[in-house]
Design a protein. Structure first.
Length: 246
């Protein structure tokens, strides 16, 4: 991989990871994390009050399976979007600017400056009964990724737009893997601290309000970089900082 490609992937990769991380702290994900942990692991409220080693192990393993489920869908979307972008490689300059405009609009939505009715609807797919075992948690992860439109949708759409710009499957895989990683890390930490989550949410739940605003600003900045020539300028600047021959 040449340094120009690496620099572009570093800029967009950082944005993808930050978007995934901030997505976790949005108001329609963070408050429901304890409920999801209870649902996928099968533990009870009394188990949370006095967890055993077996409870902790069960919550952790089911959380990993859940993460694999939503990561599978996100990465698959990244690969397919990159392939689609490859068909329109000759229009890349236009796609970059159009994508930048869309990112700015999504950022304004997160800042509550404009309304987008589609993202304001709860398209959260529900399973009446969770399938048994770790495979069941994987399936719940799949439904999470496909159905949680209001919180994941705008941020995920922004990363898919960036992935389509390169038209290379490895780029899409890279970006959506980082997005999934950003979303997964706090989820894993939550699974390790599941017996303290209600206390932590009561104390730090206000973070969700600010996470949405930060995510909105991030999307607007990335959109402005794409609309202007500064996106390529920033890539070239990073390229100059990389060791020669990378």
């Amino acid at each position: 991989m040449d340094s120009g490609s690496l620099s572009a992937m570093n800029v967009s990769g950082l944005a993808a990871f930050a978007s995934g991380l901030l997505s976790f702290f949005t108001p329609c994900i963070l408050p429901l994390v304890p409920s999801y942990l209870i649902y996928i692991s099968g533990i009870t409220v009394s188990d949370i009050a006095s967890p055993t080693k077996d409870h902790r192990k069960r919550v952790f393993l089911h959380s990993l399976s859940f993460i694999l489920g939503f990561s599978f869908v996100f990465v698959a979307l990244g690969v397919s979007t990159s392939l689609l972008g490859g068909f329109f490689a000759e229009y890349q300059a236009f796609i970059i600017r159009l994508g930048g405009i869309i990112l700015i609009v999504l950022g304004l939505f997160y800042l509550d400056i404009i309304k987008i009715s589609f993202f304001n609807r709860q398209h959260m797919m529900q399973l009446e009964q969770k399938p048994v075992g770790l495979a069941g948690s994987f399936v719940v992860g799949l439904t999470f990724s496909l159905g949680w439109t209001p919180c994941v949708g705008p941020a995920l759409s922004s990363i898919l737009i960036v992935a389509s710009m390169a038209g290379k499957t490895r780029h899409g895989t890279y970006l959506l893997s980082l997005y999934s990683l950003g979303l997964a890390i706090p989820f894993v930490i939550s699974s390790l601290l599941f017996d303290k989550l209600f206390i932590l949410l009561k104390r730090f739940g206000f973070i969700a309000r600010y996470a949405v605003k930060v995510l909105g600003v991030l999307l607007i900045l990335l959109g402005l970089l794409m609309v202007s020539s500064y996106y390529n300028t920033l890539n070239l600047w990073i390229e100059a900082l990389l060791p020669s021959g990378v």
